[in-house]
Design a protein around this ligand. Sequence first.
Ligand SMILES: [Fe+2]
Ligand SMILES: [Fe+2]
Length: 480
Amino acid sequence: MHVRLHIENQRLYTLLELSTLLSSTRNVNQLFKLLAIQTSSLLNAERTSIFVYDAARNELWSKVAEGTGRKTIRIPSNRGIAGHVLRTGEMLNVRDAYQHPAFLKEVDRQTGFVTRTILGCPMRSHSGECTGVIEALNKRAGVFTTQDEKMLMSIAALAAVSLENSFLIEGQMDLFESFIESSVHALGDRDQMTYGHTIRVAYFADKLARAISDCRHTPFDKITFSEEDLRKLRFAALLHDIGKITVPEAILNKRDKLFDHEVEQIRQRFDHIKLAEKIRALENGGADAHGYRRFCQRLDQDFELILRLLPPGPVSDADRQVLDGMCRTIYRINGRDVPQLTEREYRHLVLARGNLTEDEFELMKAHVKKTWDILAKIYWPKDLKQIPVWASSHHERMDGTGYPLGLKAAEIPIEGQILAVADIFDALTATDRPYKKRNSISEAKNILQGMATAGHVNPDMVELMGTLQDRDLSPGAERV
Ligand SMILES: [Fe+2]
Ligand SMILES: [Fe+2]
């Protein structure tokens, strides 16, 4: 009697423990694993299967261990012992599986497992609906007892509530995910370049976060990203440039230091200058045809120089002087004094870095603040509250010289730091940027190294990125 009481207490204690464990995870895969292990242990069974009823497809599905993960299997809801339990809504204690008409012998044949005894119990939602079946297989000694039946009933009640909660939460996450993906697609309709960039940043961020998780050395030895954490990071990555929807398309797609229509304006102006010069020459008797030709040749050379300086890149002092001379050369066209080159055109052409003027760059930079404004307006569940912060910190720099807030290393969340590295890595290796050539993976790693030394990005992350193989850093056909 005393021994039996002790065993009962032990079981109750383990059941309580299971209830605490179940409430500690919302991940369906982990729940399945936990339930299977704990139920087998509590009932002294060799194996436990959990089947969930999918009313829309009239199927039962389960997760089975496969390699390091779990894969989903599906069976028609009226088949097997699980189907029988689901249909009748009653517990079933099978003492000899092969003698039961509902037992599916082919499953044993496929898995190599030999089923002897089965204890199947329905799982019910809070509204009493049958939502699935939990099955303990092969009692290690004898058959499943009445005590086991009571125990499995308690476990099934706990399991039903936990699974229902985790499905609700997963459903909410799925909803967010589909909403985020749909927004990113909408962004792609307007701006294909940012769309591709966004998808790749999510890919690189995931690779880097997994490398951090696997890293056994300081400062990452205590940092682990669970699959849930990685999913949140992916959301932040997909949304990090959502603010670009407010940046004028012309600036987003700007290729050279001047827009095409501005170059066309210069070409037309030069034609007008030539025409005015021709008229002037004719008015003066048209004698100096040679001088007029030389004049046109000089203008053509100037125009060629302008075309040569259009792509982003440094400008020599000599070229700068020629441009300066153009600004100061005034022609009289249609009764108006017109400089050969305007101040504005000059400022664009002498840009030493990139293709944007300061004003245009400010407009571009504003996208991060917009990312924040857009995301901060969304009502995020508690678990996802940090996403706006992570997404809008991808242009912060470790030394505090970044934007929009000028945060320093300790103030930038690790997720933001990961996004910063992934963002730069893609900017360097992307093939679809009209204004610059692609760097190879090793060139990009070197440039990142330089940026880490300069205090812009996390040096430990860059070092880790450096250890990733080329194939890990080739997103290929990855899509949302
Ligand atoms: Fe950005
Ligand atoms: Fe970006």
